[in-house]
Design a protein around this ligand. Structure first.
Ligand code: HEM
Length: 118
């Protein structure tokens, strides 16, 4: 499950940047956005499965923060894309996206199943 989670995260972030760079309102952007939403679901399911089997230990708070961070990253990706499609400002959302992404990847990587855990 952790591999599905990690793979889904990488693909989702790439799809997000592809969708952002596409022409506003184009068919390609809409389709990429739809596929990205499928990956949100994969991330939440795979992360949720690992979460439920691993959080009830001494690192419950870290797992809780990781889950919250992950949901906020998904929220920011969705809000940046939707506001961009409506030609509204996205500056603050981009800043929050970067902050939440760095935090979530840091937490994920340092938790027991993460690639930087020692
Ligand atoms: C786009 C948002 C997210 C990003 C960028 C992200 C990133 C990561 C990364 C990089 C890892 C380490 C994976 C590895 O080293 O193989 C990880 C692990 C994990 N993530 Fe996420 N994640 C996100 C969303 C979520 C969500 C929504 C949940 C909960 C529903 C979640 C729960 C977990 C859990 C439980 C782990 C395993 C931690 C461990 O036991 O070591 N993540 N995540």
């Amino acid at each position: 499950m952790i591999h599905l989670h990690f793979t889904s995260v990488i693909i989702a972030v790439i799809l997000f940047f592809v969708a952002v760079m596409m022409q506003n309102g184009s068919k390609g952007q809409k389709i990429t956005h739809m596929i990205l939403r499928v990956f949100y679901i994969l991330i939440i399911i795979s992360g949720g499965v690992v979460f439920s089997s691993a959080m009830a230990g001494s690192m419950a708070m870290e797992y809780g923060l990781k889950l919250l961070g992950g949901l906020l990253v998904i929220g920011m990706m969705e809000m940046v894309l939707v506001r961009k499609q409506k030609s509204k400002s996205t500056g603050v959302l981009w800043a929050l996206f970067i902050i939440f992404l760095v935090f979530t990847v840091y937490m994920g990587a340092h938790l027991p199943l993460g690639f930087l855990h020692i």
